[in-house]
Design a protein around this ligand. Structure first.
Ligand code: FES
Length: 568
């Protein structure tokens, strides 16, 4: 077969000379350029992305596999998005990183690519970029950290929210906080709970983009390297068989991913990223599909933040393959996956090894699962809520709005002893959406006002156009669309307005007469893009609303793998 890379490396004359000769300065023998599938290893390694800091080692395992299968591996860096350090929020840069990935793959002599993904946004940005090129592609995730330890107990990122509330209440001393900090991150890898990074790793496994077992193997377990090496071998075969991303990413694969995310209590961020990926590969997906498809799927994985255990425990219980076995009656089993087998074949004879961690569909941990999509006059295009992380008693609730106009307003007033708030109030945070912040940060699970914390209040209804960390929890309505900064009704909410949330009916309503709302709408000043240069200007001008995946309007779809002009 004629390889895409042969347009570079098989060339005669001056051009071929240039393509090969400069590569040879890395000590590459001449036979590596002769009709061998060139496999790009798209690496998000960075010391500024601690969750991905072990990726150079992982890339070596992939390379070994590629060479064993007769391929030619070439590792290249792309923008890496580290959740813990980057400001103002990594979501601002997800689309930028996806552009880097897309153009790096297309512009170079690559026949196939392995995406090394870990921390939250590194997975969707790489998959989105690769979809817009559509050559044979596999994902190797970096794997979760070992479970954290503090005071003889297992801890993970979700405990951070509890520690922080305890410290505000004076129940945890600074010294104890230091001990918790020292015990939280004990090894390489990403967050050890079913937060966004684990949800993304599970998503690619459920989509069929990784070898079975990819999501749960801890970063430091030797099997992670074995999986990387086997992936290196397999991607060479995929190139020879010409299995592209679009051969795997059919509508049925997306439906499987939505159902698996429900069964594991995955992150609400899953919705926004999967919508963006669907937009790139051209699969029709609607926000309401997340609700419709996951409504009957029970929560079978008992993992934090919806449950009790950690990713390491999921690995010992059998990983995502046994979760898929537990809910197989809800899945399309005949879809193709990257190892050339169907999903059904991949999970054959895989049974949970620990029913306390992965149970059965008949005896689930919670019948509430998935992502609920709310509609109503407060979120005409939709909003999301994760019922397994919410309080049952607040699922149907009407309360008076306590309004914060932006994140600075919230920070200034939330702990003010004079704040007029009680436990039945509904906290509303505006202008933290894609355009409003800009970048849609994870601030939607606002902390409980200190004076209510002191009274023992642990949850309240909270509503915003922002996102929530996948490790967060509470009765939190997120991704309100259209956002306040785009003229959504959220912008019109005033202090003391009544808001009604009815999760069973999928409704979120602002109980204010239409006449009054239209008066407020007439006097509303729409935010203008105050960024006059650089990437942030591009972002605010082109980012779509949350219900569409917050991708750029001009990035939808793909441009294939053809290079538009040949300059040599
Ligand atoms: Fe990277 Fe949580 S901070 S996965």
């Amino acid at each position: 077969m004629k390889l895409r890379s042969s347009e570079w490396f098989e060339r005669k004359g001056k051009d071929g000379f240039i393509y090969r000769a400069w590569m040879k300065n890395q000590g590459i023998p001449a036979d590596m350029f002769k009709n061998k599938p060139v496999i790009g290893i798209c690496n998000t390694w960075s010391e500024l992305t601690p969750c991905n800091a072990h990726f150079r080692d992982l890339a070596e395992s992939v390379k070994r596999g590629v060479i064993e299968a007769g391929g030619f591996p070439l590792e290249f860096p792309v923008m890496s998005l580290g959740e813990t350090l980057m400001k103002p929020t990594t979501m601002l840069f997800r689309n930028l990183a996806s552009m880097d990935v897309e153009e790096s793959i297309r512009a170079n002599p690559l026949d196939g690519v392995i995406l090394l993904c870990g921390c939250d946004k590194t997975t969707p940005s790489l998959v989105m970029g690769a979809c817009s090129v559509d050559i044979p592609t596999m994902v190797v995730s970096g794997g979760p950290m070992l479970t954290g330890k503090f005071n003889g107990k297992d801890i993970g990122t979700s405990d951070l929210w509890r520690f922080s509330e305890d410290a505000r209440k004076g129940l945890l001393s600074e010294e104890e906080m230091n001990l918790a900090e020292a015990g939280m991150c004990r090894s390489s890898g990403h967050c050890a709970v079913m937060g966004t990074a684990s949800s993304m790793a599970s998503m690619v496994e459920a989509l069929g983009l990784s070898l079975p077992g990819n999501a749960a193997i801890p970063a430091v377990d030797a099997h992670r390297k074995v999986l990387a090496q086997l992936s290196g071998r397999r991607i060479v075969e995929m190139v020879l068989d010409d299995v592209k991303l679009s051969d795997i990413l059919k509508r049925e694969a997306f439906e499987n991913a939505i159902r698996v995310n429900a069964a594991i209590g995955g992150s609400t961020n899953f919705a926004i990223h999967l919508m963006a990926i669907a937009g790139r590969i051209g699969v029709e997906l609607d926000l309401e599909d997340f609700d419709i498809l996951s409504r009957d799927v029970p929560l079978v994985a008992n993992l934090q933040p919806s449950g009790q255990y950690f990713m390491e425990d999921l690995y010992y219980a059998g990983g995502i393959p046994v979760v898929m076995d537990a809910i197989k009656k809800y899945l399309h089993l005949d879809v193709l996956t990257v190892n050339g087998k169907t999903l059904g074949e991949n999970i054959e004879n895989r049974k949970s090894l620990n029913n306390a961690v992965v149970s059965t569909a008949d005896e689930p941990f919670n019948t509430l699962s998935g992502i609920v999509i709310l509609k109503g006059n407060l979120c005409e295009k939709g909003a999301v809520l994760k019922p397994s992380a919410a309080s049952i008693k607040l699922m149907q609730h009407t309360g008076k709005a306590v309004v914060f106009e932006d994140i600075e307003d919230y920070r200034k007033r939330i702990d003010d002893p004079h704040l007029e708030v009680d436990e039945s109030s509904v906290l509303v945070l505006k202008n933290v959406g894609p355009k409003g912040y800009p970048g849609m940060p994870e601030v939607g699970n606002m902390g409980i006002p200190k004076k209510l914390l002191d009274q023992g209040v642990t949850d309240m209804v909270r509503i915003s156009d922002g996102r929530m960390s996948g490790t967060g929890f509470g009765t939190v309505v997120l991704h309100v669309s259209p956002e306040a900064a785009a003229g959504g009704t959220l912008a019109l909410v005033a202090e003391g307005d009544l808001i009604s949330l009815d999760v069973a009916a999928r409704r979120l309503e602002l109980l204010v007469e239409e006449e009054e709302l239209s008066k407020r709408r007439d006097s509303m000043k729409l935010a203008v893009n105050t960024f006059d240069r650089g990437y942030t200007k591009l972002y605010v001008d082109h980012v779509e609303q949350a219900h569409l995946g917050a991708d750029f309007d001009f990035l939808r779809g793909g441009s294939g793998s053809k290079v538009s002009r040949d300059s040599h």
